[in-house]
Design a protein around this ligand. Structure first.
Ligand code: MTE
Ligand code: MO
Length: 318
């Protein structure tokens, strides 16, 4: 069984955190019941390890990380993307987002809040501790990926703007950079890309604003410099490159719901029992794997989040 390849060495020197995640998973496997040829797959291949080199200092591991699953290689996470503003093929965002400028960046948090804030990129790091959250991510198109995000708790950020009693929902808006991005007619969805959460979903401890992955700043194709991550919902709720967060009274619009309301609802919780009108949601293909996996209710986070939806008919509120 191959444990270490020469390619591991430069990688471990660049990003010790990511290596730690990988090694932890390896140890678990090597000492557990699972063994055999499959174990070699746990280590991403050397090709996968080229990173941006923009290390994020002080990323602390979080107990809210998903354990017991192989983290996908950097290459899977950064070359198979949905970011329609840069093209609708999975390889487009990595290729066409290179000229997108994310520095300087301004994030405005406004609406039903006592303390409206206009934040620069660096201000984010003073709002809440930067944590590594390893999450399973499930796209509505039935593929999934495990990502070691670096991010901050959205709840910590929202508490600081002091939502008013009228605030019931939170809306998120992507930048629309006409110079670097395509237009609505070319990609078939209205822009800027928007989506939202109920306030209690936004305040849930699993919900984060991600600024990095594998211990480094987010690559443009993954939503640099800041994007939403809600691991129990379909991936499209994860608004990328956010410029505005607005607390509002009524359920905010969502790009996919506007585009096709029959296929995409507001809640979009991962639910293997409610099929997409054009395909089953019962199983998924994990990037890098051949056999399909069963999709779990709430993407495996039911213990933490199912109570948010007590008494709701999740077929109606899809
Ligand atoms: N602005 C914007 N955000 C977006 C999208 C998009 O096209 N534009 N695609 C969504 C979809 S469908 C998914 S699955 C995730 C993909 O995130 P990833 O590329 O980091 O895996 O981003 C979501 N956020
Ligand atoms: Mo998606």
């Amino acid at each position: 069984m191959l444990i270490r390849t020469p390619n591991d060495i430069p990688y471990s020197e660049v990003t010790p955190r990511a290596t730690w995640v990988r090694r932890r998973e390896f140890i678990k496997l090597a000492t557990g019941a699972v063994a055999g040829a499959g174990a070699g797959l746990l280590l991403p291949d050397g090709e996968a390890l080229a990173q941006t080199g923009q290390k994020l200092p002080g990323v602390k591991p979080s107990p809210l990380s998903t354990t017991g699953e192989k983290v996908n290689p950097y290459k899977d996470i950064t070359t198979y993307n949905n970011y329609y503003e840069f093209g609708t093929d999975k390889a487009d965002p990595a290729q066409y987002s290179k000229n997108f400028q994310t520095n300087p960046w301004t994030l405005t948090i406004e609406g039903e809040v006592a303390k409206r804030k206009v934040l620069g990129y660096d201000d984010l790091f003073s709002m809440a501790p930067l944590e590594e959250r390893v999450y399973r991510m499930r796209c509505v198109e039935a593929w999934s990926v495990v990502v070691p995000w670096a991010g901050i708790s959205l709840a910590d950020v929202l508490k600081q703007v002091e939502p008013t009693p009228k605030a019931k929902y939170v809306s998120f808006e992507t930048v629309w950079d006409h110079k670097a991005m395509m237009g609505p007619r070319e990609i078939g969805i209205p822009l800027p890309y928007v989506d939202g959460l109920r306030l209690d979903e936004a305040m849930h401890p699993l919900t984060i604003l991600a600024v990095g992955l594998y211990g480094e700043k987010l690559p443009n194709q993954n939503g640099a410099p800041i994007r939403l991550v809600v691991p129990w919902k379909y991936g499209f709720k994860g608004v990328k490159s956010i410029v505005k967060i607005k607390l509002v009274e009524k359920e905010p619009p969502s790009t996919w719901n506007i585009t096709n309301p029959r296929e995409y609802g507001f809640y979009s919780n991962v639910n293997p029992q409610v099929d997409h009108p054009r395909w089953s949601q019962a199983t998924e293909r994990r990037l890098g794997e051949f056999l399909r996996r069963k999709t779990l209710p709430f993407n495996g986070y039911a213990d933490q989040v199912a109570s948010l939806y007590n008494g709701m008919d999740l077929r109606k509120f899809y």
